[in-house]
Design a protein around this ligand. Structure first.
Ligand code: SF4
Length: 460
């Protein structure tokens, strides 16, 4: 862990906690081997049991798993029916030759450069929605990889101060945890105008998760439900939006500004407006995101799927002649390295990971996230005992290995497409293949030469 990071665990765990931690970790290692078959009642059509186990396996080993479908779910649409049109083998980029995965977050040429070595970073999950231990694990993984994580709307506890160069400060209507210093420290400030999982609904932390520690950072009353209502009533025009950006840059001239929006039907106009307001990054959040805390009636039913929104935004920004100045990142349904590659081929520059990171830490998609003691794995909880199930160092190691597996798979996809840089993939819908409503073609996971990567619709 970073120097100065406060230890959030007691030196000796209570015996019952230790017993559960031991059992859970054995399970996370054993289930992906399929020695016990597929677990019953896990996941859903998008996050199938195999996909969950594949993420567990990647977080355990750092490698793309063999034998498990690690690329797509079975939703019958979107990323799940898209494959790649790989080039003939003679045009593949040879192993050993570099493939550039870096993502430059400032293309406006107006201040500091911020380049991430991989085209993804961690999305906003607030202190209160997840535990301090989970935040620490994500921040440590971001530090190791030179990438970013995001505070969500709720600020962050003092234990994260050593990681502040890697923590995006999110600003939403409740202004929870937003202080002068959290803006001054932030490499990126993210305005959350909407969330894809629940556009038009704002944020809501139930009272039993608003513990004393959470409420203190949010400058609120403990054990009371905290709302962050939609929308910003100070923003009804591009000029209003510009004032927000100017406010941040006055407090911290070095900060890059990201604007998180959901995917309404006019998302392309929103993108252009954000550019003219001065944003460096447009964060487009599709309708499949959110943890189990988002209301069922909203999830997947309001916002446009990210697969439809991205080409729309990309094309419109191109037509307006500003595509190369605004970085577009996608979230809300990015589960795998294949999804990252597909989102970029559809028009994004990079991706933001949220649920995938929770799955790497043990989430089974049971959907109990909103309850104070509902998460069986101690992830989306602020309960002091339940949170002990996650050791930040253990969690950071798992995310570290997941990132390594993602990087390997993404590099492999680019090599087989004949591309030497992830930037060459942006907007290349011609390199995608529609597999049809029955699912993607070609489910063979093997590679010539015995590797363990491959993709639906591979050109062989
Ligand atoms: S395992 Fe925890 S984080 Fe995952 S869906 Fe269930 S309650 Fe939410």
């Amino acid at each position: 862990m970073a120097e100065g990071a406060r230890e959030t665990r007691p030196a000796a765990l209570p015996a019952e906690v230790e017993k559960h931690v031991h059992a859970l970790r054995r399970g996370f290692g054993a289930w992906p081997t399929l020695a016990f078959g597929l677990p019953p009642a896990m996941g859903d059509a998008r996050w199938t049991p195999e996909l969950i186990l594949a993420v567990w396996g990647q977080a355990e080993t750092g490698r793309v798993p063999g034998g498990l479908e690690h690329r797509v779910g079975r939703s019958g649409g979107g990323f799940d029916v898209l494959g790649f049109r790989f080039a003939p083998p003679e045009r593949w980029v040879p192993e050993g030759e570099p493939v550039d995965l870096s993502l430059d977050l400032n293309r406006r040429g107006d201040g500091r450069r911020l380049t991430l070595p991989v085209p993804w970073y961690g999305g906003g999950m607030s202190f209160g929605s997840v535990s301090e231990q989970v935040m620490l694990a994500r921040a440590e993984a971001a530090r190791r990889w030179g990438t970013l994580t995001c505070s969500g709307e709720g600020g962050y506890p003092a234990s994260l101060h050593p990681y502040r160069d890697h923590v995006i400060t999110q600003v939403a209507t409740g202004m929870f945890g937003v202080r002068e210093e959290t803006i001054q420290w932030a490499p990126v400030v993210e305005f959350k105008y909407a969330q894809g999982a629940k556009p038009g609904l704002g944020g809501h932390l139930l009272g039993d998760k608003a513990t004393t520690a959470v409420a203190e950072i949010r400058e609120a009353v403990p054990w009371v439900s905290l709302f962050s209502p939609f929308p910003f009533h100070s923003v009804y025009s591009v000029e209003d939006h510009r004032k927000h950006v100017d406010w941040v840059r006055t407090v911290n001239p070095d900060a890059l500004v990201s604007v998180k929006v959901s995917t309404p039907i006019d998302v392309d106009m929103v993108a252009v407006g954000s550019y003219h307001a001065g944003a460096h990054v447009l964060h487009v959040d599709g309708g499949y995101g959110g943890t189990g805390a988002a209301p069922e009636i909203a999830k997947k039913n309001i916002a446009m799927p990210i697969e439809l929104a991205l080409p729309r935004v990309h094309r419109f920004l191109e037509e307006e002649g500003i595509r190369d100045e605004l970085v577009v990142v996608a979230s809300g349904g990015i589960r795998t390295a294949d999804d990252v590659a597909k989102a970029i081929a559809l028009g994004a520059d990079g991706c933001v990971l949220g649920t995938t990171e929770l799955v790497a830490l043990g989430c089974t998609r049971c959907g109990n996230c909103e309850r104070g003691r509902g998460c069986p794995f101690g992830l989306t909880t602020t309960d002091p005992e339940l949170s002990l199930l996650v050791d930040p160092a253990w969690g950071a190691d798992r995310l570290d290995r997941l990132y390594a597996a993602f990087r390997a798979r993404l590099e492999e996809i680019l090599r087989r497409l004949g591309l030497r840089s992830v930037r060459e993939l942006r907007g290349r819908t011609d390199l995608l293949r529609f597999g049809g409503p029955g699912g993607p073609e070609g489910s063979d996971l093997s590679l010539p030469g015995g590797g363990e990567v491959g993709g639906p619709g591979d050109a062989r």
